[in-house]
Design a binder for this molecule. Structure first.
Ligand code: SF4
Length: 442
């Protein structure tokens, strides 16, 4: 069979790839390609950097989608199905809403696909494709298939070498989809397997695309010790807990860690408690940032606006905090009730969902009714926060000229600044959802 695996492209200007260049390759699809038996021909199409050939004859098209990309995934699926080509949908969104996805697919893969994908291909070969494939057991992370990086043009990616070492999260923050999809048991790949794969990578900088690389500190320490001799540079996502363990922090720096994406989420302990993230201690934030910076590790902080305790003052306070603590970058997001999350259940019960248009679930548009401000104020405050944090004077104050990796960090900040301006240009043509209208239709 000839199989095409497709990653739909972002249309939102903030997340859309630069012309012909994306940040990361679709690791999930090149991993799926590696799980495809060798008798099949498989190609991977990352729509962000490659056009889809709509006329090509495939025996199967597989598409993976998160919520904001679901409408685009459905459009692609419908187009291939109209030509009689079977389509399989999988990934975060189809796993959460399989019945919705099934309206656009011949089969839906629910959850992880390592075990079900080869079974699905066998069924298809026999003409016995089932409507749903649900992986009942979690994927063991030992002896994992090595992603087929050869199927992509690495020149099209700013960071072509990505790797996942852990899955699952023991926490269950009410807004997050990670533990819904990967489960609450924290799993990790054997250190020696990770090291062996890292040795095969060509790039100077590696991204560990884990949800929390330091979720199990003793595993992380073993991993960092094993990575140190390889003299690589890497960045990843991790919780602020790293700053509580001096050994862990030192080992991370010695193994080549140059940056961490850290979810601060809120400056309000009440907000953090309400969403199940009270292990983040607001009173420790500044000291923790300083300790991480002292090890030469840059921080991109993630903050969410629109929690129930947030009022109009939240924007200025948060930006001021991020500036004063000289965060190298920040991602401000609008609270978004993704399907399958406890947050969505709560807001649905309270009739506060304003839009069910998944293409709006980009964390930069208001799709629910906030408690202590209007949707318009939330959107405008969010817009202001990005503009202020990425103003030239703010970038200059935060980075200066002498900070480690100053040139890269300036380039990153200027790139984000440009993207956000594109987002604002487009947003000015959109109408925000009206609470009264949306409630009538929910
Ligand atoms: S936000 Fe982070 S800590 Fe919370 S459930 Fe998601 S991955 Fe886990």
């Amino acid at each position: 069979m000839k199989i095409a695996l497709i990653a739909p492209a972002w249309e939102d200007p903030l997340w859309k790839s630069e012309k012909e260049k994306s940040i990361f390759p679709p690791l999930n699809l090149i991993t799926l390609a590696a799980l495809t038996p060798p008798e099949h021909e498989v190609i991977v199409i990352d729509e962000s950097v490659t056009d889809i050939d709509w006329e090509e004859k495939y025996d199967l098209v597989g598409i993976s989608a998160m919520t904001a990309l679901a409408p685009r995934a459905y459009t692609i699926a419908d187009a291939f199905r109209s030509r009689g080509i079977p389509v399989v949908l999988g990934g975060m969104h189809p796993s959460t809403l399989p019945d919705e996805a099934k309206m656009h697919a011949d089969a839906v893969v629910i959850g992880e696909a390592e075990i079900t994908w080869p079974l699905l291909l066998e069924d298809l070969s026999r003409g016995e494709l089932k409507p749903f494939y649900r992986q009942e057991k979690i994927t063991p992370l030992r002896n994992m298939a090595v992603a087929r990086r050869d199927l992509l043009d690495r020149g099209r990616y700013l960071v072509p070498d990505t790797l996942q070492t852990t899955r699952g999260c023991p926490h269950s923050c009410s807004f997050c989809t990670v533990s819904q999809f990967f489960g609450r048991r924290f799993r990790f790949r054997p250190v020696e397997e990770v090291v062996n794969e890292v040795k095969t990578l060509e790039g100077e900088v590696i991204a560990f695309v884990d949800d929390n690389l330091i979720g199990n500190p003793s595993y992380a320490k073993r991993l960092f010790k094993a990575l140190a001799p390889l003299k690589i540079k890497w960045f990843s996502q991790g919780s602020l807990n790293i700053a509580r363990d001096e050994d862990l922090l030192r080992l991370a720096a010695e193994s080549g860690c140059i940056g961490l994406f850290i979810g601060f989420e809120s400056l309000s302990p009440d907000n953090l408690a309400a969403v199940g993230k009270s292990f983040n201690k607001v009173e420790e934030y500044s000291a923790a940032i300083k300790r991480i910076h002292d090890h030469g590790i840059a921080i991109e902080g993630a903050f969410i606006f629109g929690f129930d305790e947030d009022d109009e003052s939240i924007f200025e306070r948060t930006v001021k905090f991020a500036q004063e603590n000289r965060l190298e970058a920040a991602q401000f997001g609008i609270l978004t009730p993704f399907p399958g999350t406890p947050l969505r259940q709560k807001l649905e019960k309270e009739h506060r969902i304003l839009s069910n248009d998944w293409s709006e679930y980009t964390i930069n548009k208001v799709v629910f009714e906030p408690k202590r401000m209007s949707p318009k104020t939330l959107q405008e405050g969010f817009n202001w926060a990005w503009q202020e944090f990425y103003s030239l004077s703010s970038i200059s104050r935060r980075l200066g000229l002498v900070k480690k990796h100053a040139a890269i960090l300036w380039a990153l900040n200027l790139n984000i600044r440009k993207r956000f301006q594109h987002f604002l240009d487009r947003l000015s043509n959109l109408t925000l959802p009206s609470p009264s209208l949306a409630k009538q239709s929910s």
